[in-house]
Design a protein around this ligand. Structure first.
Ligand SMILES: [Zn+2]
Length: 170
């Protein structure tokens, strides 16, 4: 879990104003979360922290590349993920973190953005992962899928070496 330490911003020592941080998103990062349904993502999140006297604003900008099996042909497809998020940070008596508003209790001294980055990646994921053009799909794969749906006729795609052996038998 120590890897996630890189995703904490110690805001107490920062001067008022804007600060930028680049945070990696990669399979190692997602491995820190037990319920991630993505892992082959490579890219980064640019985190901008705007620190004012009594409030702070976090802006997250995701730019990454994701690889996953195509929903149509099952071959890997690579798609770019882009997204952004904005979180307002206030100070209060007790820590209360919601999606877009974090209230920090008096004992807090750093901002843990790992969970926010994790969510941003999942929200940026398209509902369907698919090759953009149908002709980019692996046709051998789609044919194979079509074959598997019609039951019975398995002579069509028989290995030619087996076909030869069959010929010897007859
Ligand atoms: Zn495809």
């Amino acid at each position: 879990m120590s890897l996630l330490a890189d995703y904490r911003i110690p805001f107490v020592g920062l001067k008022p104003g804007k600060h930028e941080f680049q945070m990696r998103v990669d399979p190692e990062f997602f491995a820190c979360f037990p319920h991630s349904d993505v892992d082959q993502v490579h890219g980064e999140v640019l985190v901008e922290l705007d620190k004012l006297d009594t409030t702070m604003t976090l802006r997250l900008e995701l730019a990454a590349q994701m690889t996953a099996p195509c929903d149509r042909c099952l071959e890997d497809v690579s798609i770019s993920l882009q997204g952004s998020d904005r979180i307002s940070v206030r100070f209060g008596d007790e820590t209360l973190m919601e999606d877009e508003l974090w209230i920090l209790g008096t004992k807090e001294y750093e901002l843990d953005v790992a969970q926010a980055i994790f969510q941003l990646v999942h929200l940026s994921k398209p509902r369907r992962l698919i090759h953009e053009k149908e002709e980019d799909c692996d046709l051998d794969m789609t044919e194979w899928q079509d074959d598997s749906t019609d039951d019975g006729d398995d002579t069509k795609d028989i290995d030619p070496r087996w076909a030869a052996l069959k010929g010897l038998d007859n």
